[in-house]
Design a protein around this ligand. Structure first.
Ligand code: MG
Length: 374
């Protein structure tokens, strides 16, 4: 039976913020990933600093230990546990406890989870996670998926639009063991053939929603890598930046802490996360790290031949025109915030700690005291 509560009131996030207004909002894939040792080390560093929020496109159940997932059932968490291993006999995905899967070491049970496509989940005193149900309603509730899918069908001609959906969006694939997770409630992933196809699909979807008077319902986020176009259709508030901003604002109000008093550390390697630099809790002082090995970095580094060019078809000038290099520290920049919000520090790890990738670049920066001050 579902227990209805104010998910913020006794949450670990609020309790930690009350004690110490420092919080990390971290992406996982290609940001906190690396060797098992490095992942665990990063876990200790981040949790030692303050509250930790993972803001990830991973299925929310992939960020919970099996015990936490079971404890979440009473709060209405109804999603199937992810199937993390492949049965060698059948080649199908089967259940495994995340805490026994080495690649998840150091990535489980944060203070809160921002699921990109999965709403907001807050850790409770009994270790379970409770949804911010009001936020899920703002995302369109559990009807979002059905409704948006119907709109896609209306503009699909012989599968030319639906055929570009990722296989993760196939409702039967999970049950048949062909994918590791159920389709997410608030996100559709498209894998177009090329950039032209990507632009066409986005335009077609946007125009149809506009015509239906529903353009405000959805937003697009690009997760393309060179040669691998990819974009998401999400609820307008379901972007990484809008979700994280909502979570922190709501948690700070509950903790009676002013956003101006918060120290925020954000790390993300992709375009879907870069907007967090500007749009998450703009009143707070913040450091953003673009981890080593992020393909977008070369579009932001003056020494690169790709400097200033669009990244997989996406314009990066909104970011570049606000960056000023910090004298004498390679890879460190000041990001000019809009209005009179405090400017933020931006690190491009490929310049600051050259040769280090993902989690190892974060650890190398931390060894210099660049991410968390003691
Ligand atoms: Mg990532």
């Amino acid at each position: 039976m579902e227990t209805k509560i104010n998910p913020y009131k006794d949450s670990l996030l609020v309790r930690r913020l009350r004690r110490n207004p420092r919080v990390s909002v971290l992406d996982l894939d290609n940001t906190c990933t690396g060797s098992e040792t490095s992942q665990i080390q990063m876990h200790e560093v981040a949790h030692g600093n303050g509250a930790v929020v993972y803001n990830t496109a991973r299925e929310t159940g992939m960020v919970m230990s099996s015990e936490a997932l079971e404890a979440s059932r009473k709060y209405g968490y109804a999603r199937a546990a992810p199937h993390l291993e492949i049965d060698p006999e059948t080649g199908r995905f089967v259940y495994a406890k995340p805490e026994r899967v080495r690649r998840f070491a150091g990535h489980l049970d944060p203070s809160a989870i921002v699921g990109f496509g999965g709403s907001l989940l807050l850790r409770q005193p009994d270790r379970g996670y409770a949804y911010d149900g009001e936020f899920s309603e703002l995302l369109g509730g559990l009807d979002f998926r059905k409704h948006v899918r119907r709109r896609f069908e209306e503009i699909d001609f012989n599968g030319d639009l639906l055929g570009a959906l990722s296989k993760l969006e196939d409702d039967t694939a999970f049950n048949e063991g062909r994918t590791d997770v159920q389709p997410l409630d608030w996100r559709f992933q498209f894998n177009p053939e090329d950039e032209q196809h990507k632009t066409d699909l986005k335009l077609r979807i946007a125009s149809h929603f506009l015509e239906m008077g529903e353009r405000a319902l959805i937003d697009f986020r690009d997760e393309s890598k060179p040669g691998k176009p990819c974009f998401y259709v999400v609820p307008s508030l379901g972007t990484k930046e809008a979700s994280a901003d909502h979570l922190l604002r709501r948690a700070l109000a509950e903790a009676r802490v002013q956003p101006e008093d918060v120290s925020l550390t954000i790390a993300d390697d992709a375009l879907t996360g870069l907007y967090m630099l500007r749009d998450v809790l703009p009143e707070a002082s913040a450091i953003f790290v673009l981890p080593g090995g992020a393909p977008i970095a070369r579009h932001l580094m003056a020494s690169s031949s790709l400097y200033g060019t669009s990244f997989a078809g996406e314009d990066v000038s909104w970011l570049l025109e606000r960056l000023t290099p910090a004298a004498a520290t390679p890879g460190k920049y000041e990001f000019k915030m809009p209005g009179d919000q405090p400017n933020r520090t931006f690190y491009i790890a490929d310049e600051a700690v050259e040769g280090r990738e993902s989690v190892d670049s974060l650890l190398a920066l931390q060894a210099r005291g660049a991410i968390y001050s003691v």
